[in-house]
Design a protein around this ligand. Structure first.
Ligand code: GRF
Length: 199
């Protein structure tokens, strides 16, 4: 174990969160998920985490100014002694202030081969554009929309009969759920190497 503690941020279905929690439960990710953070009361991710015994916190964002919402988030993350954040379908922009507090320690998964197709519905837009190779990207989060440094990408060959929803499903299951846990492992390995090399 690296002793590192991660929080997963999600707003909905939570299939990436599930794939991550599964990997955290094996040797693939030698660290702990200390918290699943959600801003939507109805989100399925909450049950998924609870079923695994992973602590959850619901911090509803509706009607709250960004600053007030983030102040609550920061308090919860502090209480749970979280070092790094994994965004997995978290549908809220984080402020530059918040990003600074976790400088270089926030990853996100996006359903396209960035820098192509940033923003919403990346997978469906890959279909619409007729790409032959589709994929997903794990990247560091910066103040832009899906513009942070790329950590790892995965791809698949488009068959051509999937349709937009079918391609989005393939990208999710065949690429995202595989590449995100591996990216987290890579991130931890890099941190460990850096710790060893630091004087
Ligand atoms: C995924 O496609 C992810 O790439 C994007 O939001 C979606 C979340 O899906 N950022 P899920 O909640 O992980 O199933």
């Amino acid at each position: 174990m690296s002793g590192l503690r991660f929080a997963i941020f999600a707003s909905g279905r939570g299939s990436n969160a599930e794939a991550l929690m599964q990997a955290f439960a094996t040797d693939l990710i030698p660290a702990e998920v200390g918290l699943v953070v959600c801003n939507q009361p109805e989100a399925q991710v909450l049950q998924k985490a609870q079923a695994r015994g992973v602590p959850t916190v619901l911090v509803p964002s509706k009607g709250l100014a960004r600053e007030a919402h983030e102040a609550q988030l920061l308090e919860e993350l502090h209480k749970a002694r979280i070092d790094h954040l994994l965004l997995a379908g978290y549908m809220r922009i984080l402020s530059p202030y918040f990003l600074k507090r976790f400088n270089g320690s926030i990853l996100n998964i996006h359903p396209s081969l960035l820098p192509d197709f940033p923003g919403l519905e990346g997978a469906e837009r890959q279909w619409a554009a007729g790409v032959k190779v589709a994929g997903a990207t794990v990247h560091f989060v910066d103040a832009g929309v899906d513009t942070g440094q790329i950590l790892l990408q995965g791809s698949l060959i488009v068959r051509g009969d999937e349709g937009p929803d079918g391609l989005a499903k393939r990208v999710l299951h065949e690429v995202e759920h595989v590449v995100y846990p591996r990216a987290v492992r890579l991130f931890i390995d890099r941190l460990n190497r850096y710790r060893k090399e630091a004087p």
